[in-house]
Design a protein around this ligand. Structure first.
Ligand code: HEC
Length: 136
């Protein structure tokens, strides 16, 4: 796993600065998965700072995700429509950002139950894209 991450970092530092590549996206996805784990650890250890740090990472990263060049330039109209579903992506990004704020607000107020509900809402937003867009 560590090796894999190192490879992505090397790929990213060797150019492709402007274009959002598949390596960038995989890296961002892994960052979001880590952020979700951090938020969950914060819940279990009852540590607001860890929750906040995970929330910050998640919000900063979710805005970056989107289709890569190969997808925006796909000649197949249907496939292009599927993978560039920017309306859906924007909606999911908005919801994830909103739910992340809700987690911090609820957990700060000592309401772990509600915070956890917003957490699972985020998980289902992640999976919505994976299932609908990626057919995973
Ligand atoms: C807008 C669509 C979309 C959303 C929303 C989304 N993902 Fe993904 N995710 C993808 C795509 C596309 C890939 C495949 C990346 C690739 O190989 O190009 C992926 C791959 C992944 C991977 C595998 C990365 C790897 O190492 O191969 C993880 C982990 C992941 N996503 C986590 C998340 C988490 C956590 C969330 C929510 C916080 C999330 N994703 C939300 C589209 C999305």
């Amino acid at each position: 796993m560590k090796k894999l991450v190192a490879v992505y970092v090397i790929i990213m530092t060797c150019g492709f600065a402007e274009e959002y590549t598949q390596a960038d996206r995989i890296f961002d996805m892994q960052k979001m998965a880590q952020a979700m784990q951090d938020i969950q650890s914060g819940f279990f250890y009852n540590n607001l700072d860890i929750v906040k740090a995970g929330a910050k990472d998640l919000k900063e990263t979710v805005v970056k995700i989107g289709p890569i060049k190969k997808e925006t330039e796909n000649k197949d109209v249907y496939e292009r429509w599927m993978t560039n579903n920017t309306a859906m992506t924007k909606r999911i990004q908005r919801k994830i950002a909103q739910n992340t704020d809700d987690i911090v607000a609820r957990f700060s107020a000592g309401d772990a139950t509600q915070a956890l509900q917003f957490y699972s809402k985020i998980s289902s937003e992640c999976m919505k894209c994976h299932v609908r867009l990626r057919k995973w």
